[in-house]
Write a protein that binds this ligand. Structure first.
Ligand SMILES: [Fe+2]
Length: 442
């Protein structure tokens, strides 16, 4: 259906935007969790390796103590990066700084890896840390960040100190390029898999969702079309009773929308105006034929009965949720700017804007149209009458705005009663009722 295309396109665009956004958020959150997990996994491995080595150093140190060979503790520290009996370095990284110290914080023996470029930065960081003296043999470690690089810092007690002063060891383990690359690779792989899974799932779901959304928008559009047809049918019904043609409803709607566009009326109010323009006289259906169709002038009682068409109209549209917003025009299209109109005698801005717009369109069409009892007035005569009624019947600002567009409207639509007029009306209704997702929630 031609009318449905903009709505479907709109729905699809929203779907693409929202699904992509949802996929990005899900992938982002999952990637962040996976990133943290991957990083922790690699760091855990490095911690295990570094802690194992420290445990071995501690055991060897205690052994040396028993054997009284403490003069070899420098050699012990030198071997801190090599597994026992091997000269192959640990691939996850190496200790770049280690120090044995006593309970006054005085260093007894130190190991420094002078091949490690940022050694001084590491030492400075460690020396600025408050001295720590563990009271148990538990290995205490933490992952610290020095100049943007992660390190494993370990602090442990080497000797408890029952017979002599306690001795401690602290050391800094730097992750190797291999370990850092391993973290990076694992993270990239995880993120790649997460994005692939999330986006392929979204792609699989997209046709299913668009199919369902297409069906829904088809259904909504057909409902909307049925409602718009009902508007036309109701308008045409009263036109038939009033010895008028459908064309009056079409023209006043086109005129009212043109004036409303000239003052920049918002879209929602425009929909109410279109409905109201079609249905302004729907209450005439409740007026007896002897009054509605009386050829001559109505007497006072008859006119009083005729005025009831406004309240009849309100009663009719109040039965429909979709039509209720037409009440501004239906209920106030006979009010006058000076308060001399009916049924409430509202004045100036107390008259709803849509009713003030419509009143000009309605009178303009009545004056420029042929009726059983009169010939059409010329454009000049019509505008003269409207100008005379400026500030009494009509809102003066709206008359000024209407004067700027009236000539064009007159030459294009006045007196027309053809298929082209209906087409023009449908262009106007489509502009406001078939223009997007809001048509689902008008
Ligand atoms: Fe009326």
């Amino acid at each position: 259906m031609e009318k449905n295309r903009p709505l479907k396109k709109f729905v699809y665009h929203i779907l693409i935007r929202r699904l992509t956004l949802a996929a990005l958020i899900i992938a982002g959150v999952v990637s962040f969790i996976a990133y943290d997990h991957s990083k922790d996994m690699v760091i855990d491995t490095v911690i295990k390796v570094s802690q194992l080595k420290i445990s071995m150093v501690r055991a060897q140190f205690r052994q040396l103590m028993k054997q009284g060979k403490l003069e070899t503790k420098q050699a012990l520290l030198e071997a801190i990066n090599y597994p026992p009996g091997s000269n192959i370095r640990i691939r996850e990284g190496r200790y770049v700084y280690a120090m044995i110290y006593n309970n006054q914080g005085h260093h007894i023996e130190a190991y420094e890896d002078h091949n490690y470029a940022p050694l001084n930065t590491v030492k400075q960081y460690i020396n600025n840390m408050p001295a720590s003296y563990p009271t148990t043999d538990k290995l205490e470690y933490s992952v610290i960040d020095i100049a943007g690089q992660p390190y494993i810092y370990t602090n442990t007690r080497l000797i408890a100190g029952a017979k002599q002063s306690p001795i401690y060891l602290h050391a800094v383990f730097a992750l190797s390029d291999y370990a850092i690359e391993l973290v990076r690779k694992q993270i990239m792989e995880t993120i790649f898999y997460v994005f692939t899974i999330v986006f392929s799932t979204t792609l699989l779901l997209y046709p299913v969702i668009t199919h369902l959304a297409g069906k829904l928008s088809d259904f909504s559009t057909s409902l909307l079309n049925a409602n718009l047809e009902m508007l036309e049918v109701l308008g045409a019904t009263i036109a038939k009773r009033d010895s008028d043609t459908d064309a009056h409803n079409y023209r006043v709607t086109i005129y009212a929308v043109a004036l409303a566009e000239a003052i920049g009326l918002e879209k929602k109010a425009m929909k109410s105006l279109i409905k109201g323009s079609f249905l302004h006289d729907v209450g005439k259906i409740g007026i007896r034929d002897n009054i509605l169709l009386k050829p001559g002038k109505l007497d006072q009682d008859e006119f009083s009965t005729m005025k009831d068409h406004v309240n009849h109209g309100l009663d009719i549209i109040h039965n429909s949720d979709w039509l209720q917003d037409a009440e501004d025009v239906v209920g106030a299209h006979h009010e006058k700017y000076n308060g001399q109109g009916y049924p409430q005698g509202l004045a100036a801005d107390a008259i709803p804007l849509n009713a003030r717009i419509f009143a000009i369109a309605d009178v303009f069409d009545a004056l420029t149209s042929r009726r059983p009892y009169k010939q059409p007035f010329s454009f000049e005569q019509t505008m003269q009458i409207i100008q005379q009624e400026k500030g009494t019947h009509f809102d003066p600002e709206l008359v000024d705005k209407f004067s700027l567009i009236a000539n064009k409207l007159y030459s294009e639509f006045s007196g027309r009663d053809d298929g082209g007029l209906k087409d023009q009306l449908h262009i106007v209704t489509n502009r406001y009722f078939h223009s997007g997702i809001n048509t689902l929630s008008y």
